[in-house]
Design a binder for this molecule. Structure first.
Ligand code: SF4
Length: 264
């Protein structure tokens, strides 16, 4: 790989496992991970959130801030103990009992995540930890899935980006050879009887109806219940999204002018 991938242009592609490793070299250090903030937000009915730096995909519609693209310049390292304390403090302050880490891909920095989950498990203030993931690293390592789902408070949300390999590469920059990994993650979660559901970026401005049909069919082959309960994501005009779309070669004004529409 020539240079660390930041925002993608149409046609760019990379090996996401290499990008995961490279990103970890930047954002993980001796069991610590880079965060930019700890706060509470209204999603999931109120949740304490640690905003982590770094991801292994480069989705052109990504809503996160520019720490995804320039992880060297954002955040500071927090140990699992510090991150847990900050998350619990936020939860107490805002009277919420759910927690997550968001902003980047939580499964980067495995040691940090496992240590954090162990600490969260011991804290009465947090009843539920929602682990949102793109599924790549879980797809390549079933042992990692096992290590995570053994914690009783963990609930996993796997977010799919595409229903076809070519679309996966075009939207995330991750080479199409890796398209299957998030589906492998889903199968592992199912086999391990984990608490989880699947989400997908099926916004009709991004995913054509035929591709959405294939994605749902694919999920049905794995498990009907997952397909019926698919959470369908919508693309919103966050600052990072607008800049990434422009860089990708889309006109964000035209994109967001279009009504979301509904699938027929
Ligand atoms: S949308 Fe999610 S998976 Fe895609 S680049 Fe952003 S943080 Fe990573």
């Amino acid at each position: 790989m020539k240079a660390y991938p930041r925002m993608i242009r149409r046609g760019d592609s990379f090996n996401p496992l290499e990008v995961a490793k490279w990103t970890e070299e930047i954002v993980c250090r001796d069991g610590s991970r880079k965060y930019t903030a700890f706060y509470a937000t209204g999603v999931y009915g109120g949740i304490a959130t640690g905003y982590v730096v770094g991801c292994c995909f480069r989705c052109f519609f990504c809503w996160t801030d520019f720490s995804r693209d320039f992880p060297e310049f954002y955040g500071r390292y927090y140990t699992a103990e510090e991150a847990c304390k900050n998350i619990v403090d936020v939860a107490k302050k805002w009277k919420v009992n759910k927690a997550r880490i968001s902003g980047g891909e939580p499964t980067l920095c495995k040691k940090h995540l496992i240590d954090l989950l162990r600490l969260i498990e011991e804290r009465d203030e947090i009843k539920l930890f929602i682990l949102e993931t793109n599924g790549l690293l879980f797809g390549v390592d079933e042992g990692y899935v096992k290590d995570v789902v053994k914690f009783e408070k963990v609930y996993v949300r796997v977010s799919l980006k595409a229903g076809e390999p070519e679309a996966f590469e075009a939207r995330t920059g991750a080479s199409k050879e890796f398209f299957e990994l998030p589906f492998k993650a889903i199968k592992s979660l199912l086999d391990l009887n984990a608490r989880f559901h699947v989400a997908a970026m099926t916004d009709p401005r991004i995913m054509p109806s035929e591709e959405r049909r294939k994605l749902i069919e694919r999920l049905r082959e794995i498990d009907d219940f997952l397909a019926v309960n698919l959470e369908e994501e919508v693309c919103d005009p966050y600052e990072g999204t607008l800049v990434r779309m422009q860089f990708y070669g889309l006109d964000p004004l035209k994109f967001f002018e279009r009504r979301r529409g509904y699938w027929s």
